[in-house]
Design a protein around this ligand. Structure first.
Ligand code: WTA
Length: 645
C-alpha cells in the first residue's frame, strides 16, 4: 500500500502481475483503446476462442437500442460449457465440488457433468419441451440447478430461474409473465438447518394454473411431499430411463438463452432477456481477464443461481473457462461464521467472489472465526452487488486475503450480463471503494442531465455509450418499458440507473441507485455514502440510510445501525456516530434520526430492503409487500425501536 495524498492505493503484487494475462496499466490501456476504437475486432477475437458450429457473417448489427452480435453465427452454449471440456484434457477434472449445508459432498467431473446434462436434456425433450419454450427453475443451490440450466440451454429452451427464497406469489407472477409451462424444482433445500419447502411453494403457486404441463422434482431433502399424478415427476425416475447421449444442436447467436426477473422502479419485476453468443462471449472474457482463471484454480462464487451473478459467474462464464468451482448450498453461518473459511481451507479455494454484505456480517461476527483457518490458498478476491465500503474492503484485504490478494470490486447489473467496471488484478492499482476502470470494450461514462460528461469528482448518471455483447436485448414482453427504462435519457446510450463519479485518474466511484439518492436542502446525497461513513466507525457493523420527508430540508436523513459485538446502544454513541458522519462527509450528511437496530431487513441475497425502511420512517409501520424479506421478525424489532426513539 502507498499513500498518495489522502488516498490509499494498493498496487498489484509483483508475483501476481508476472503471471497475469494483463500485467501492466500500459497493457490495459493499449488493449482498452483498441477495444473502444475497434470493438468488433476485439470482441471477434474473444468470441473466436469459443466453439462455433457456424461462423458469423457480421460481428455487430446495431440500431439503437437493438443489438445483434455475431450475426449469422451458430453455437450451442451448453456444448461450450460442457462438451468442450468433457471430450478434452479436462475430462476427469472436477467441474463442481459441491457441499450441502448438512455437510454432504459430491464432486462432479466434466465428463460426469456431460452425462448428467445430456440425460436431463433428454428428460426435458421427453416432457415435450421445445426450443424457445420457457422453463421455470426453482431450486436450492445444488449442482442440479446448474445442470437444469445447462440442459435447457442445450435444447434451446429458455430458462427462468426464480430465487429459492422467493415466495409462491413471486413464482406465479413469473410464470404468468414468462408463460412457462414446465417447472424444475426440488422437494426442498437446506438453509440454516431447516428445510425450505420448495415443492410446497410451487404447489401453492400453481394450484389454479392449468397451463403447467409438468413439474420435475429433484429429491434433495427427502421429506414427504405431495406429488400430483400426471403433472409431477421425480427427476431420478425420469432420468433413470433417459439416455445419457445427446448431440447438441446449433442455435443462432441471438437465440434467447434466459429470462431473469429483477426489480425495477415499479412493483412489477422486469424480465431481463439475454441471448446466446454475445452473452457467453461477455461472461467468458470477463472470467478470463478479471478473475484471471487458470486450470489449477479452485473458484468459488457464493452467489445463488437465482441472481445474475449465479448465472454469469457460476453457470456460464466459469464453465466456459473449464475451471473447477465450489458450489455451496447453505447459509454462511451454518453451523457458525467459520463455514466459509473452513471450506476455503479444505477445498484449497484460490479465487473467492462474494458480496460486501456478507463481508460486513463476518466483521460483525468477529475475527476469531477467520483466524482458525488456513486461507493461504487464496490468490484473488472479488466483490459484487453494492458499493463496498472502505472499512469492509480493508478487512477483506487484510483478514481474508492476508494482504497479498488483489481485490476486484466488480460493478455490473442483471441487464449488463457481465462485469462492466472492475480492476484487472495484475494491472490496476486499487483503492478501497472504487470499482476503478471500465473493462475492455466498455465505454462507460458519467453524464450530466444534458448528456455532457461531468468534471472529475462531480456526480452524474452512469451510462454505457457503446453496445457490448452481453447486454440485455429486451424486457421480456415489454419492449416499450425496455426503451423507456434504459434508453430514454440520452439517444443511443444505455443508462444504468446508478449515480457515480470519476476521480481525476478516471476511476469510477459508484454512489448508488439513483432512486436511493436523497435530496437534503438541495444537496444530493448518496445513501451509500452515509452508510459507508457510518460503517467506517469502529462500533458499526452495518448501516442503512433512507430519506424521510422533511418540511424544511425536503428530505431528512434517517439511519439504521447495527453494532458490532462489544458495543451497546447509548445516547452518547448516537451523537458520536452523527458527528462521525459529519466528519467524514460534511454536516449536511449527519443523520437526523439514528436508530440502533438488532438487524436490518434484507432479501435472501443479502440486499438491504430500503423500501421497507422508507415506509417505516415515513409512516411508522410497514404494510407493503414483504415477501422477499429474509427474516420477518426484523420488521417488528425495527418498529419497536422506532417507537422507542
Ligand atoms: C449495484 C448485480 C457498486 C448497482 C451484479 C447496480 C454495485 C446494481 C456493484 C445491480 C459494485 C452492483 N459497486 N454497486 N461493485 N455491483 N452494484 O442487477 O447499484 O442485482 O445497478 O446485479 O447493484 O444489481 P443486480
Amino acid at each position: 500500500m502507498s499513500k498518495k495524498g489522502a488516498t490509499e492505493i494498493y498496487q498489484p503484487g509483483k508475483e501476481f502481475s508476472k503471471k497475469a494475462r494483463i500485467s501492466s496499466m500500459a497493457q490495459y490501456r493499449r488493449l482498452w483503446r483498441e477495444s473502444i476504437d475497434q470493438p468488433e475486432k476485439f470482441w471477434a477475437r474473444e468470441a473466436s476462442e469459443l466453439s462455433w458450429k457456424q461462423p458469423w457473417k457480421e460481428v455487430l448489427d446495431w440500431k439503437a437500442p437493438d443489438a445483434k452480435w455475431f450475426v449469422g453465427g451458430k453455437l450451442n452454449v451448453c456444448e461450450n460449457c460442457v462438451d468442450r471440456h468433457a471430450f478434452g484434457e479436462r475430462r476427469n477434472k472436477a467441474a463442481i465440488i459441491f457441499e450441502g449445508e448438512p455437510g454432504d459432498r459430491r464432486t462432479i467431473t466434466y465428463s460426469q457433468l456431460h452425462r448428467e446434462v445430456c440425460q436431463f436434456a433428454n428428460v426435458l425433450l421427453a416432457r415435450g419441451v421445445k426450443a424457445k419454450d420457457r422453463v421455470l427453475i426453482y431450486m436450492p443451490m445444488i449442482p442440479e440447478a446448474v445442470i437444469a440450466m445447462l440442459a435447457c440451454a442445450r435444447i434451446g429452451a429458455v430458462h427462468s430461474v426464480v430465487f429459492g427464497g422467493f415466495s409462491a406469489e413471486s413464482i406465479s407472477d413469473r410464470l404468468a409473465d414468462s408463460g412457462a409451462a414446465h417447472i424444475v424444482t426440488a422437494d426442498g433445500g437446506w438453509r440454516r438447518g431447516k428445510i425450505v419447502p420448495l415443492k410446497e411453494n410451487v404447489d401453492e403457486a400453481i394450484a389454479k394454473n392449468k397451463a403447467i404441463q409438468s413439474v420435475i422434482v429433484f429429491r434433495r431433502t427427502g421429506q414427504e411431499i405431495a406429488m400430483k399424478k400426471g403433472r409431477d415427476h421425480w427427476w431420478h425416475e425420469l432420468a433413470a430411463t433417459a439416455s445419457a447421449k445427446h448431440e447438441a444442436k446449433a442455435f443462432d447467436s441471438e437465440h434467447p438463452l434466459f429470462i431473469l426477473y429483477t426489480s425495477g422502479s415499479t412493483g412489477k419485476p422486469k424480465g431481463i432477456l439475454h441471448t446466446s453468443g454475445g452473452y457467453l462471449t461477455g461472461t467468458y472474457t470477463t472470467c478470463k481477464y478479471i478473475f484471471d482463471m487458470r486450470d489449477d484454480d479452485v473458484y468459488w462464487c457464493t452467489a445463488d443461481v437465482g441472481w445474475i451473478t449465479g448465472h454469469s459467474y457460476i453457470a456460464y462464464g466459469p464453465l466456459a473457462m473449464g475451471v473447477t468451482q465450489v458450489i455451496y448450498e447453505g447459509a454462511p453461518n451454518q453451523p457458525d461464521f467459520g463455514r466459509f473459511w473452513q471450506m476455503i481451507e479444505e477445498h484449497r479455494v484460490s479465487i473467492f467472489y462474494t458480496a460486501p454484505t456478507a463481508i460486513r456480517a463476518f466483521i460483525k461476527a468477529g475475527d476469531n472465526f477467520v483466524e482458525k483457518h488456513d486461507l493461504s490458498s487464496l490468490r484473488l478476491l472479488g466483490s459484487v452487488g453494492e458499493p463496498i465500503n472502505p472499512e469492509a474492503w480493508r478487512w477483506y484485504h487484510r483478514k481474508i486475503g492476508g494482504g497479498r490478494c488483489p481485490i476486484v470490486d466488480t460493478w455490473w447489473q442483471t441487464e449488463t450480463g457481465a462485469i462492466m467496471i472492475s480492476p484487472l488484478p495484475g494491472a490496476t492499482p486499487t483503492e478501497p471503494g472504487t470499482a476503478t476502470l471500465p473493462f475492455f470494450g466498455i465505454d462507460a461514462a458519467v453524464l450530466d442531465d444534458y448528456g455532457k460528461e461531468v468534471k472529475a469528482n462531480e456526480q452524474g448518471r452512469l451510462v454505457i455509450r457503446k453496445p457490448w455483447p452481453s447486454m440485455t436485448r429486451t424486457i421480456y414482453g415489454d419492449k416499450a418499458r425496455f426503451k423507456k427504462t434504459y434508453w430514454s435519457d440520452y439517444p443511443g446510450i444505455y443508462t444504468a440507473g446508478d449515480s457515480a463519479r470519476r476521480d481525476k485518474d478516471g476511476n469510477f466511484w459508484i454512489i448508488g441507485r439513483l432512486d436511493d439518492v436523497l435530496n437534503v436542502s438541495g444537496h444530493r446525497l448518496g445513501t451509500a455514502e452515509v452508510e459507508s461513513a457510518l460503517v467506517s466507525h469502529k462500533a458499526v457493523a452495518e448501516a442503512a440510510v433512507v430519506g424521510r420527508p422533511d418540511d424544511l430540508k425536503g428530505q431528512a436523513v434517517v439511519a439504521f445501525v447495527t453494532l458490532k459485538k462489544g458495543f451497546d446502544p447509548s445516547p452518547a454513541l448516537q451523537s458520536e456516530l452523527r458527528n462521525h458522519v459529519g466528519k467524514v462527509i460534511g454536516a449536511i450528511a449527519k443523520p437526523d434520526d439514528l436508530h440502533f437496530a438488532p438487524a436490518l431487513p434484507k432479501t435472501r441475497s443479502g440486499k438491504i430492503i430500503r423500501r421497507l425502511l422508507k415506509e417505516l420512517v415515513t409512516t411508522g409501520t410497514v404494510t407493503g409487500n414483504i415477501t422477499t424479506l429474509e427474516d420477518f421478525s426484523v420488521i417488528e424489532q425495527l418498529q419497536n425501536s422506532i417507537k422507542g426513539g
